[in-house]
Write a protein that binds this ligand. Structure first.
Ligand SMILES: C[S@@+](CC[C@H](N)C(=O)[O-])C[C@H]1O[C@@H](n2cnc3c(N)ncnc32)[C@H](O)[C@@H]1O
Length: 185
C-alpha cells in the first residue's frame, strides 16, 4: 500500500541557514503588531513562531508534516499550559490542505512554498503550489498580510507565482524586511 512520503527529520533553529522565522517575529515586533491570527507553514522543531505568540497576544496555527515536530509541540503545550491557548499545530502535508476547514487569518506565511511538492504524494494532494498560494491568499483578511522567504531553495516557485496570483487578488507589495517579501491586501 502506498504511503505519504514526508520530511522525517526535526528541524532545529538555524538562523544562518534558515532565518525566516526569526525575521518574521522581528518584523511583527518592529511593526508593533499584536493580536494577529497567523497561519504559519513549517513550525520547525523549535516552534519559534508559536513560542512568541503569548507575548504578542497572537493566535498561531502552525503546520508540520514531521512527526517529531508534532510530538515536540505536544510536549511544549503539556509543559507550558499557557502556550496552548495561543499556539495550535496541525499535522498535515501542506498539499493536503483542506481550505474548507480553515478560517480567515490576519497573516499567512508561505516561507516554504514549492519546497515539498513530491511526485509520490501528488495523487493524494488537494492542491498544488499555485492552488496553495491562491487558496491561502484567499484566507487573508482585508488589510492582512502574506509573507514569503527569499532564501528558500524553492524561492523561484514563489517568485514565478506571486505576480500571476497576488495582484489580481488585491495584494500590494510592501518594502522587504530582511529575507522576507511581504504583501498587504
Ligand atoms: C526547513 S524546515 C523550516 C522550519 C522553520 N520554518 C524554520 O525556518 O526554521 C521545514 C518545515 O516544513 C515542514 N514540512 C516539510 N514538509 C512539509 C509538508 N509536506 N507539509 C507541511 N509542512 C512540511 C517541516 O515539518 C518543517 O517544519
Amino acid at each position: 500500500m502506498k504511503k505519504l512520503d514526508l520530511w522525517r527529520d526535526p528541524w532545529p533553529l538555524d538562523e544562518a541557514q534558515c532565518p525566516c522565522d526569526v525575521h518574521f517575529t522581528g518584523w511583527l515586533r518592529e511593526q508593533g503588531l499584536t493580536g494577529q491570527r497567523i497561519f504559519h507553514f513549517g513550525t520547525g522543531d523549535h516552534h519559534h513562531v508559536g513560542l512568541q505568540a503569548p507575548a504578542g497576544g497572537h493566535s498561531v496555527l502552525g503546520i508540520t508534516a514531521t512527526e517529531a515536530e508534532y510530538s515536540s509541540y505536544i510536549r511544549l503545550v503539556v509543559e507550558n499550559p499557557d502556550l496552548g491557548r495561543h499556539y495550535k499545530v496541525l499535522f498535515s502535508d501542506i498539499y493536503q490542505t483542506n481550505l474548507a476547514l480553515l478560517p480567515e487569518f490576519d497573516i499567512v506565511t508561505l516561507f516554504h512554498l514549492g519546497e515539498f511538492w513530491s511526485a509520490n504524494n501528488a495523487p493524494f494532494a488537494t492542491l498544488d503550489d499555485r492552488g496553495l498560494l491562491e487558496g491561502m491568499a484567499g484566507k487573508v483578511a482585508p488589510s492582512g498580510y502574506i509573507a514569503f522567504f527569499t532564501g528558500s531553495f524553492a524561492y523561484d516557485v514563489a517568485d514565478r507565482l506571486i505576480p500571476e496570483v497576488l495582484p489580481r487578488m488585491g495584494f500590494t507589495e510592501l518594502p522587504r524586511y530582511r529575507s522576507l517579501r511581504l504583501f498587504r491586501r
